[in-house]
Structures are given as structure tokens and as C-alpha cells.
Write a new protein. Structure first.
Length: 122
């Protein structure tokens, strides 16, 4: 079961990060469901890093308008970040990012096609 979970997370991440993936939105939905149980969150964060992506890169893909060339909007990464925020590891990463940037980040998501998705400066 553990190796199946690991494989699913790695495959979903590769799909999400691929700008030419036509199934990136369903992959985001699967990842959102995988990050709902508190017991999975630390493993998912570890697996994201192990499969060659950083949390910075995942946030960048989420905030970049039209990252996906096949029309996927990746809106379900918002709930993934919300789920990950249950983790002390993730919250520490956000604090370190804020310190590096020199300002506080207010996370928000806008599901409108006309608006950029991403962090706003508070």
C-alpha cells in the first residue's frame, strides 16, 4: 500500500507540473483528496520534494496564468495548499518564504478566469 501511495503522488505531481498534460485538473483533484487526511500530509510534502519538485515550484505553477497549454486551470491546487496548511512543515515553509520576501503573504484563490490566482501582499 505504501508504494502504491508513493507512486500515485509522484505520478500526479508529474502530470500537474507538465504544461502539456490534458489531465492536469483531475490530477489536482486526486492530490487534493490525498492531502485531506492529516496522516498523509507530511508524506505528500516529502514525496513532492523527492520527485524533483519544490513547494516553490508548485506554488509558481498555481499562480502562473495559463501554465497548462491544454486548458487545465489547476484550481484544485488551492485546496491542496489549504490541506497542506495543517502541516507544521508547510507553515514553516510559508514563514521562511515570507521572511525571504520581506513581506507577509495572504493566500487566496480566485476561481475566475479573468483574475490571476495567487498570493497577495498584506
Amino acid at each position: 500500500m505504501d508504494s502504491d501511495f508513493n507512486n500515485i503522488v509522484v505520478v500526479m505531481m508529474k502530470i500537474i507540473m507538465d504544461p502539456d498534460s490534458s489531465v492536469a485538473d483531475p490530477a489536482c483533484m486526486v492530490l487534493s483528496n490525498l492531502t485531506r487526511p492529516l496522516g498523509n500530509i507530511e508524506r505528500v510534502i516529502e514525496l513532492i520534494n523527492k520527485c524533483g519538485f519544490t513547494l516553490d515550484e508548485v506554488v509558481s505553477v498555481f499562480t502562473k496564468k495559463q501554465h497548462n497549454q491544454k486548458g487545465a486551470n489547476l484550481h484544485y491546487l488551492g485546496p491542496v495548499f489549504s490541506n497542506l496548511s495543517q502541516s507544521l512543515t508547510f507553515r514553516r515553509w510559508v514563514v521562511q518564504l515570507e521572511a525571504a520576501l520581506g513581506y507577509t503573504i495572504g493566500w487566496w484563490t480566485m476561481m475566475s478566469q479573468s483574475a490571476e490566482c495567487g498570493p497577495i501582499i498584506l
